[in-house]
Design a protein around this ligand. Structure first.
Ligand SMILES: Nc1ncnc2c1ncn2[C@@H]1O[C@H](COP(=O)(O)OP(=O)(O)O)[C@@H](O)[C@H]1O
Ligand SMILES: [Mg+2]
Length: 151
């Protein structure tokens, strides 16, 4: 049977660094409806905060903008998460996703491992981007617990 959307939530916020923790909490709260394990919650929070941090520090480097977080729960207990910005975009996505690649200045001490972390914690990570138009990072993770309407 084709999966369908059970629940969906959209959050929009300005590109302020304090919204990194807000987005982590929002994603954790959304995932709670599937009775997730501690590891699953930690994985989702980590992946979301890497992607949101990227939108804020890279996408909107030297500018302000809006970050959108879309969270969806599918009927097969997959959590879908999309983080979108309308910032600078990524000229070469393949290169950007390589471990230890970073365009941040040395004094910011970024590891270049954000995408690697997202890929290790989530089942799927897809990046779409256009220069000066913005970036969308879409991630999915299938959870092992039961939804509250299944229990
Ligand atoms: N939302 C984004 N907008 C523009 N560039 C991005 C975005 N996300 C990632 N990048 C680019 O991809 C690179 C790698 O990202 P990442 O793996 O998270 O490492 P880091 O954030 O430590 O640089 C960044 O240095 C940046 O050049
Ligand atoms: Mg990063």
């Amino acid at each position: 049977m084709r999966r369908y959307t059970v629940n969906e939530c959209k959050v929009q916020f300005p590109s302020l660094s304090r919204n990194e923790s807000l987005s982590r909490s929002a994603a954790a709260a959304f995932a709670m409806q599937c009775d997730p394990t501690v590891e699953e919650i930690a994985a989702i929070k980590t992946a979301v905060s890497e992607a949101v941090t990227n939108a804020i520090v890279h996408g909107y480097r030297d500018m302000n903008g809006v970050v959108e977080l879309v969270m969806r729960l599918y009927s097969d207990n997959t959590v879908y998460i999309q983080i979108k910005d309308k910032g600078r975009g990524i000229p070469d996505i393949k290169q950007a996703m390589e471990p230890a690649y970073t365009t941040a200045p040395a004094d910011e001490e970024r590891s270049g491992l954000g995408f690697t972390v997202m890929e290790s914690f989530m089942d799927k990570v897809r990046v779409r981007s256009a220069e000066n138009r913005g970036t969308a990072v879409t991630m999915e993770k299938r959870l092992t617990g039961k939804r509250d309407d299944e229990r």
